[in-house]
Structures are given as C-alpha cells and as structure tokens.
Write a protein that binds this ligand. Structure first.
Ligand code: HEM
Ligand SMILES: [Cu+2]
Length: 493
C-alpha cells in the first residue's frame, strides 16, 4: 500500500465515521418528528410537556446532523485543495457526540424543553417546567458543540489563507476586480468553503456569546441582560448556522457533477460575484426573525426584509444554471449519487419559493408563526441538505470500491422524494389553513394534514434507513481489505 493510499484511507475513515453518526442522528431525529405529527394529528396522546421535549430534540438533532454532514462534505473536498487538520476534524466529532449526549440528558432526564432556539430568558424562566440542571445540560451541550465547529472553521480559514493569501482571495476578489485571470480563480469548493468559514465563524461567535450569557443567567438569575441584544445574537447564530449547511452541502454537487461528466466546473467571474453577494446577504438578513420586535431599529428590519428576497438566490441561480450546463449533452450516467445531487437542487429551488412568498410583509402578517414556516425549511433542508448528504454517502461508496446499487436503493430514492414532499406539503397546507406552529395540540380541523404528514414521514424514515444500510454495507466491504481506491481522485490526479 503506497503512502498516498494510507493517507487517503485514514482521511476517509474519519469522514466515514462522521457520516455514520450523521445518518443515525437523522433517523432518530426524524422519528421524533413523526411522533410529534402523530400527537398533533390526535393519533397518539402525549403530555404537552413531552411534545416540547420532542420538539427540542428534533430541532437540535436535525440542525446538528445537517451541520455535521455538511462539514464532512466541505472538509472532504476542501482537503483536496488545502491542507486541513485531521486532528481538529476528530476533535469536532468527539465534541459533537459529547454535546449530543448532554442535550439528550438535559431534555429527557431533566425535562428541558426550550427548543433549539434557547431564546433568552426562556431557559431560566420555564415556570418550573424544568430546572437549572436541565437548562445547564442543554446550554453547555450546545456550547460544546459550538466550540467544536468554531475550531473547525478557524482551521479551514487558516488553511485557505495559507494557500490563497486571504479570505477575500478565497472568494476570488482579485479575479472579480480583474487583477487575476478567470482561469486562475479558486475552484468552487474553495469559494464555498471560504464563504461558510466567514459566515459561520460570525454565527458561532454570536451563538457562544449568547449561550454563555444564558448560562450565567440560569445559574444566577440576578444577572440579566438586554433581551433584544440576546435575540439579535441568537438569530444571528440560528439563521446563519442553519443556512450555511446548504452552502457546504452544495460542494458535493460541484465536485460530483464535474467528476461524472468529466468536465471541469470552473469559477467564472459571475459565479464569484454571486457567491460574494450571498456571503453578505446571509450575514445581514437575520433581522427577518425580529419583524415583530417594534423596538428594533427600523433600517435593520427593512434591510433584513429586502435582502431576504435575495438571500440565497444568487448562489442558487449560478449553481442551478451551472448544474444544467455541465450535464447538458455530457452523456452522464445516472446513479444514486448524481440522482440525489440533482434532487437536492430541485428541493432547494422549490423550498426557496415559499420562503420568498413568506418574506413579503403582507404574507408574513398572515403566515407568521404558522406551519408555513416549517413547510419551507423542511423542503430545502429535508430535500436539499439531506439529499446532498446522501448523495455524498453514495458517492463515497462508489468512489472507494464501487459497491453496487440495487433496485432497493432506487425504490428508496422515490420513497424519500415523495415522502419529503409529503411532509413539507402537509406543513404548507397546515400553514395555509392558519395552523400555528409549535402547538402541541391541534384543533380537530387542523389534524388532517398532520396525519398525512406522519404517514409521509414514515416513508422518509424507511427510505433513509435503506440509504444508511447501503453505506454501512460499504464500510464492511471496505474494512475487509478492499480499501479506498479513490477511483475518481486517482483518475483526476
Ligand atoms: C421525516 C421527516 C420529518 C418530520 C416528520 C418532521 C416533523 C417535524 C415537526 C412535526 C415539527 C414541528 C412543527 C411545528 O412547529 O408544529 C418539526 C420542526 C422542525 N424540524 Fe422537522 N421533520 C422532519 C425532517 C426534518 C429535517 C430533515 C430537518 C432539518 C434538516 C428538520 C428540522 C426541523 C426544525 C429546525 C424544526 C423546528 C423546531 C422548532 O420549531 O423549534 N426536520 N419537524
Ligand atoms: Cu432566517
């Protein structure tokens, strides 16, 4: 075995472990999602307090898993271009697992149920629904997770600066201003990683700050702070961190389609400009979560509102266009990985439409806090980021040792697609009939869509279990000595 092979294999081992953790977290998180819909649909009974524990675990696990998967995708491909620290990748995974355990203990053993948004002063003021210990387990768990991710992005920032000179150059600013030729532009994987490094470092610093303030407030309620500042910091974290998952996940679309079509996907000047635009928009739009806070400076709300229309659009447009162009007449062979990559573009595109509709103030007045909101983010998270995640897993399985895909996998693909459209569609329908979000109990006339969503959710979980089993089969084949050949990598090298 050459030294190169050993290095590739140990890199891939860590990534593979990370993807298994993600896959299992997604399954567990989705099961809680289904149970919530069964409760809302009146099909099973649960105390409202229990429902809110499920809501907390579901939100935390799903966002956490999406972020963990997306960072694995980013890390794997970015490490082809810059030198990343394997040690930090490992530390992040360990911290993530510790955090998941702490969050679970806080939620189920100590009844914390303040949702993944932990909005101050809710963690401390629960009307004795939960105590200090539950809140501390949860908040410290989240802080541990945040520190892990922060280390990872500091490392990616360091590595990008080392190779390209600065983060601005990682975004290709010297190409944009014409100092450098388009052909020398950083590749899409580097551009996307730079963007995410910038926005997520910001998000994680705000998140850690407000978590620490919450922790002190829980320990000593005499210590209080400005709730409006807390809300700003919290949503700067939550909005950016959740959104950034798609900007990491999309790297698999760039890299995979380039390999499959044997055509390079280079960064054009327009591509670079659009990514820079989305970098700024992503940082600036979080005030759309504060439209009801009339004490916010007016200009911030207007900015958040206006830019929300445009938030993800630039990247979505260049990516969707590029994906169509690269595939056009390329004679690409469709398989699970490329199919899921394409599906993710579809999910992302359809998911953005109801989000844009919702950001219109007139619509927001009606739809605000209805299930319309989970409707759109389940579409672009569930059919976007999660599809990218499994696209990457099928890619690894094929790339490393060509594990065959069967009819079962293909069936699962369609179950997953229709299942998730069903889940999101049920939320959007609920929203359209004014069902509030985050309500444990539904009026009888709200129950229909919830019941439908539960059934669709079961389809999704079955499909995803099949995806995960395929991946685990690949690991067992791989460990029997059929080691990572990195088929496409070698061909490209
Ligand atoms: C089988 C698939 C899924 C089902 C059945 C499901 C179900 C649910 C339900 C019932 C809610 C509460 C809605 C309400 O406010 O009344 C919810 C909220 C949420 N879900 Fe899912 N979900 C699924 C997949 C996902 C995925 C893939 C993600 C992200 C990657 C996700 C992230 C979230 C988040 C962030 C919330 C908001 C939590 C909160 O309001 O605090 N879910 N989901
Ligand atoms: Cu937002």
């Amino acid at each position: 075995m050459s030294e190169m092979m050993v290095r590739l294999k140990s890199r891939n081992n860590l990534i593979v472990t990370q993807m298994v953790v993600t896959g299992l977290t997604v399954i567990v998180g989705m099961i809680f999602g289904i149970i919530m819909l069964l409760v809302q649909g009146g099909m099973i009974e649960a105390m409202p307090a229990t429902f809110y524990q499920f809501l907390t675990i579901h939100g935390t696990f799903m966002i956490g898993a999406a972020a963990l998967a997306a960072t694995a995708i980013m890390w794997y491909f970015l490490s082809h271009y810059v030198e990343l620290s394997k040690k930090i990748l490992k530390i992040n995974l360990v911290l993530f697992i510790i955090a998941a355990v702490m969050v679970t203990v806080g939620t189920f053993s100590f009844e914390y149920a303040g949702a993944w948004t932990f909005l101050y002063p809710l963690p401390a003021l629960s009307a004795s629904a939960w105590g200090t210990i539950g809140a501390l387990f949860y908040l410290i768990g989240m802080l541990v997770m945040g520190v892990g991710f922060l280390l990872l992005f500091i490392d990616s920032g360091r590595a990008i600066i080392k190779k390209y000179g600065s983060l601005g150059k990682g975004l290709g600013w010297d190409v944009i201003i014409g100092k450098k030729a388009e052909k020398d532009a950083p590749p899409p994987a580097v551009v996307a990683s730079t963007m995410v490094t910038i926005v997520n470092t910001t998000a994680l610093l705000s998140g850690s700050t407000v978590l620490i303030m919450n922790i002190i407030n829980v320990i000593n309620p005499a210590f209080t702070f400005n709730p409006l500042l807390a809300k700003n910091l919290t949503y700067a974290f939550g909005h950016i961190f959740a959104n950034a998952t798609i900007y990491m996940g999309v790297i698999v679309v760039y890299e995979l389609l380039a390999r499959y079509t044997k055509r390079p996907w280079n960064s054009s000047r327009v591509f670079l400009v659009f990514w820079t635009m989305s970098t700024f928009f992503t940082l600036l739009v979080y005030p759309h979560h504060l439209l009801m806070d009339s004490v916010m400076p007016r200009w911030m709300l207007i900015m958040g509102q206006v830019l929300s229309y445009a938030n993800g659009l630039p990247v979505l447009v260049v990516t969707a266009y590029g994906a169509l162009m690269i595939v056009y007449k390329s004679g690409i062979k469709w398989d699970m990985a490329s199919g899921l990559a394409y599906l993710s573009m579809l999910g992302w595109t359809i998911g953005v439409i109801p989000a844009i509709v919702d950001s219109a103030i007139v619509v927001n007045h009606v739809m605000h806090n209805t299930k319309w909101v989970p409707g759109h983010f389940h579409m672009y998270m569930g059919l976007g980021v999660i599809a990218m995640t499994f696209s990457f897993m099928y890619f690894l399985a094929k790339n490393d040792n060509g594990l065959k895909e069967t009819m079962v996998d293909k069936t699962a693909f369609f179950m997953y697609m229709f299942g998730l459209i069903g889940v999101s569609g049920s939320f959007l329908t609920s929203g359209a009939i004014s069902t509030p979000r985050r309500f444990a109990t539904h009026l009888p006339e709200w129950m229909g869509p919830a019941q439908f969503g539960a059934v669709a959710g079961i389809l999704v979980v079955i499909a995803i279990t099949i995806f995960v089993i395929h991946f685990i089969r690949y690991i067992s084949v791989r460990n029997k000595g059929n080691i990572g050949s990195d088929y496409y990598d070698k061909k490209l090298a």
